[in-house]
Design a protein around this ligand. Structure first.
Ligand SMILES: Nc1ncnc2c1ncn2[C@@H]1O[C@H](COP(=O)(O)OP(=O)(O)OP(=O)(O)O)[C@@H](O)[C@H]1O
Ligand SMILES: [Mg+2]
Length: 132
C-alpha cells in the first residue's frame, strides 16, 4: 500500500473526538476515491477495529444478503460464531456486545447514503473530506 500522506487535520479531529471517551458517530463523506476508507483505516491502526462493508448494489443484492455479509464479517473479526438472522436489530445487538468490551472503532463502509438521518440533525456530525 502507498505511504499515507497528509490528512493531519482530519486525524487530529478524529483523535479529539476519541478523547471524549464516549460513543461518537462520525460520517465521512466525499467523492469517490478521495480517501475516506483509508483515513479511517489509518486512524484505526494499532487500535481495536471492526470493519464492515456493504455489498455493492446489484440485482442479486438484497437486504438478506447484506445481513449475511454483515454476520460473516462480524464472525471473521471476533470470537462470535457466524449466525443467520433476518433481523438487523439482532445482528446489531451482537455488535453491541463486542463494543461494550472496551474501546473500539467500528467502520460501516460502503453503505448507501441515508439523507433523512443526515438532514434531521440526529447525527453527531458530518465529516466532509476534500482533496488533500
Ligand atoms: N492520504 C492518503 N495518502 C496516500 N494514499 C491515499 C490517501 N488517501 C487515499 N489514498 C489511496 O487512494 C486510494 C483511494 O482511497 P480510498 O479507497 O480510501 O478512497 P474512498 O474515498 O474510500 O473511495 P470509495 O468512494 O471508492 O470508497 C487508495 O488506493 C488509497 O490507498
Ligand atoms: Mg471507501
Amino acid at each position: 500500500m502507498s505511504p499515507f500522506i497528509g490528512r493531519a487535520g482530519e486525524l487530529a479531529e478524529l483523535a479529539r473526538l476519541r478523547e471524549a471517551r464516549q460513543a461518537q458517530l462520525v460520517i465521512v463523506e466525499g467523492r469517490r476515491r478521495i480517501g475516506k476508507s483509508r483515513l479511517v483505516g489509518e486512524f484505526a491502526r494499532g487500535r481495536r477495529f471492526l470493519q464492515f462493508a456493504g455489498l455493492a448494489r446489484a440485482p442479486q443484492t438484497t437486504a438478506q444478503t447484506q445481513r449475511d455479509e454483515f454476520a460473516r464479517m462480524l464472525a471473521s473479526q471476533t470470537d462470535l460464531p457466524k449466525v443467520s438472522s433476518d433481523d438487523w436489530g439482532a445482528l446489531f445487538q451482537l455488535l453491541c456486545r463486542e463494543v461494550s468490551r472496551g474501546a473500539v472503532i467500528v467502520l460501516l463502509d460502503e453503505i448507501s447514503p441515508c439523507p433523512s438521518a443526515i438532514d434531521s440533525g440526529r447525527t453527531r456530525r458530518a465529516f466532509p473530506l476534500t482533496r488533500n
